[in-house]
Design a protein. Structure first.
Ligand code: GMT
Length: 375
């Protein structure tokens, strides 16, 4: 089967899920054609079943804003025809689902039928998509996709609450490829980061406002006041400067390291003791799941789909958004006793195993096969 995957190429979130899904499908002998405006971050290897098609941005003086959706739709038409694409799977509704629908209609007129699967990831529904600027197009795109999936029960509920939906939404959770995300022996990393055997806390994100990274720093300041510890901040984004200023103000700058964007995140997670996720909204929290796969328990907010991943009192703890004291108290409970920490670490791994790619991939295959039967 030939599958087209339309996604963002960026680190984290929907782009990572799309890329990992494509890689896994290619390993099962599907031909996978990625369509994006640049090479997805984790698509940095050779596989004879994987193809990448770049959407080249056409610049013209009249276009203050390049009409990306139109360019993407035209590219999809071309790729579907040239590569006999059987299924087009788009990740993140805006503008991928509407561009795919436009392409589908054009192809239909030429006698080519290509079913569209739209996977909703989070901010395409919760933050950006429900804004009146996008809502009618997002509602239309969901209703006219041939199949729709959401990465958590919570995201499905949000979609039904915020949009006028007549379509069935299948929940297919995000997944972990354990051949990559597994605890590795990296003692030299640990020694370099925490030479006095301090506890190592970590946060990874795109440093957008929705992540409330300032809360990570505030929680860490309360923890560092009580036990020797270090904080690694991985990623980059618009809030980075504000976070750096806050680090200085709170006086914990010397114990915080900004690592920027990291490719081999699993190597760093392997030496960490606790993951902090303080988001305002989070449809799933893939970053937390990746940490758990590397045996790192999670202190998080209880928003969106996070409770479907992080289990209260088992793999970590969940607090209300902004409740810094509660998050710090829970973190100290886990970190203060090595036997408690060990239990949480092993629980985190066990819970992550329920999201093993081998369990989740067949759910997507089932969706594809049902659509093929109907075609
Ligand atoms: O905002 C982000 O974190 C990126 C965003 C995306 O769609 O690119 O991530 C969303 O999708 C991820 C993969 O399904 C989920 O794990 C994240 O929870 C979700 N982010 C939010 O809901 C804020």
């Amino acid at each position: 089967m030939n599958i087209g995957i339309v996604c963002y190429p960026t680190f984290g979130g929907s782009g990572v899920v799309a890329t990992e899904l494509g890689k896994a499908l290619a390993a099962k002998n599907y031909n996978v054609h990625f369509i994006s405006y640049s090479q997805p971050a984790r698509l940095d290897f050779f596989n004879p079943n994987v193809f990448f098609h770049e959407v080249s941005i056409y610049k013209y003086p009249l276009f203050e804003y390049v009409p990306y959706e139109t360019i993407l739709a035209s590219k999809i038409v071309d790729i579907v025809k040239q590569n006999k694409i059987d299924i087009l799977h788009v990740h993140y509704a805006i503008p991928h689902a509407s561009a795919a629908l436009m392409a589908k209609n054009i192809l239909e007129e030429q006698g080519i039928h290509v079913p569209i699967v739209t996977t909703l990831h989070g901010t395409d529904i919760t933050l950006v998509g429900k804004d009146p600027t996008f809502e009618p197009v997002v509602s239309y795109s969901i209703n006219h996709s041939d199949a729709v999936t959401a990465v958590s029960e919570s995201l499905k509920r949000d979609t039904l609450n915020n949009f006028h939906i007549q379509k069935d939404i299948h929940v297919i959770p995000n997944f972990i490829d354990f051949s990559r995300f597994t605890k590795q022996k990296k003692e030299h990393f640990k020694k370099a980061i925490a030479p006095l055997n301090e506890k190592i806390l970590v946060h990874t994100s795109n440093f957008r406002k929705v992540k409330r990274v300032e809360d990570v720093v505030k929680v860490f300041a309360l923890i560092a006041d009580k036990i020797p510890s270090k904080l690694l901040l991985i990623g980059d984004g618009p809030e980075r400067t504000n976070i750096e200023l806050l680090c200085r103000e709170t006086g914990v700058c010397d114990r915080i390291t900004f690592l920027g964007k990291q490719e081999q995140i699993e190597e760093i997670l392997s030496v960490c003791d606790l993951f902090l996720l303080t988001s305002e909204t989070e449809s799933f929290g893939l970053a937390a799941l990746e940490a758990m796969a590397c045996e790192v328990p999670v202190i998080s907010t209880n928003t969106g789909g996070i409770p479907e991943v992080n289990v209260e009192g088992i793999t970590g703890f969940l607090s209300d958004v902004g409740d810094i004291e509660s998050m710090a108290k829970n973190a100290l409970y886990i970190l203060s006793d090595d036997s408690i920490l060990k239990t949480f670490k092993s629980n985190a791994l066990k819970q992550a195993q329920s999201f093993h790619i081998d369990k989740i991939l067949p759910m997507y295959e089932e969706v594809y096969k049902n659509l093929m039967k109907q075609s």
